[in-house]
Ligand binder design. Structure first.
Ligand code: PRP
Length: 205
């Protein structure tokens, strides 16, 4: 029952024939279903970017992308904004299994930018347990920015271990493992244009 957060109308994403065709042939047999098609992703990002533009009108924003999964959302949000927005990236490693994180986070790449006094918008592909984002928000807030908010393309509320204020959410998805649009399994599938689930045998190796 995926829904679009903040909207009363339920959103029922579904694959179109072109969503399936867009999956490269080498990966097509691995994909079980397309959960959110590329057009739906881009339409929702149009809406979210318009909200950000409105909320930060007259201000300058620093977008912080969390590598690697957020690279596509970062690029697609940044190119939609009409307010001035600079970009920086962090890379973090969360110790955990292939499909879930543990909350123990290590910074692999820190920001190049001093964020003191800046309006910061963290860009994520997905918030799952929330442990990575909780660590990041605490870490960034200790650097005394003017504000820190979050935009995440996906959220999985059923998996949340810690409640977090996510100001801009693309889609709420059920508790299924998804790949595409930045999300990987074993570093594969990040480049898929849609959000998809994989067949069980793919996880089994
Ligand atoms: C994913 C995602 C978030 C985090 C969410 O990153 O991009 O950063 O997991 O999980 P959580 O809410 O349970 O903490 P991942 O560690 O898979 O790294 P990647 O983006 O490089 O694939």
């Amino acid at each position: 029952m995926p829904t679009v957060s903040g909207q009363s109308e339920p959103f029922v994403p579904g694959p179109s024939p072109s969503d399936l065709e867009q999956i490269p042939a080498v990966f097509r047999d691995d994909v079980e279903s397309v959960l959110i098609g590329a057009d739906d992703i881009h339409g929702r990002l149009d809406e979210l970017a318009a909200e950000v533009d409105h909320d930060y009108a007259g201000r300058e924003l620093l977008l912080i992308g969390v590598l690697k999964g957020a690279v596509f959302a970062m690029a697609d949000v940044a190119r939609r904004l009409t307010i001035p927005a600079s970009m920086d990236f962090m890379a973090v490693s969360s110790y955990g299994s292939a499909t879930s994180s543990s909350g123990v986070v290590r910074i692999l790449k820190d920001l190049d930018t001093d964020i003191e006094g800046r309006d910061v918008l963290i860009i994520e592909d997905i918030v799952d347990s929330g442990l990575t984002l909780d660590y990041l928000m605490k870490n960034l807030r200790s650097r005394r920015p003017a504000s820190v908010e979050v935009l995440s393309l996906l959220t999985k509320p059923a998996r949340r271990e810690i409640e977090l204020p996510i100001r801009y959410v693309g889609f709420e998805i059920p508790d299924v493992f998804v790949v595409g649009y930045g999300l990987d399994f074993g570093e594969r599938y990040r480049g898929l244009r849609s959000i998809a689930t994989l067949k069980p045998e793919v996880y089994a190796g």
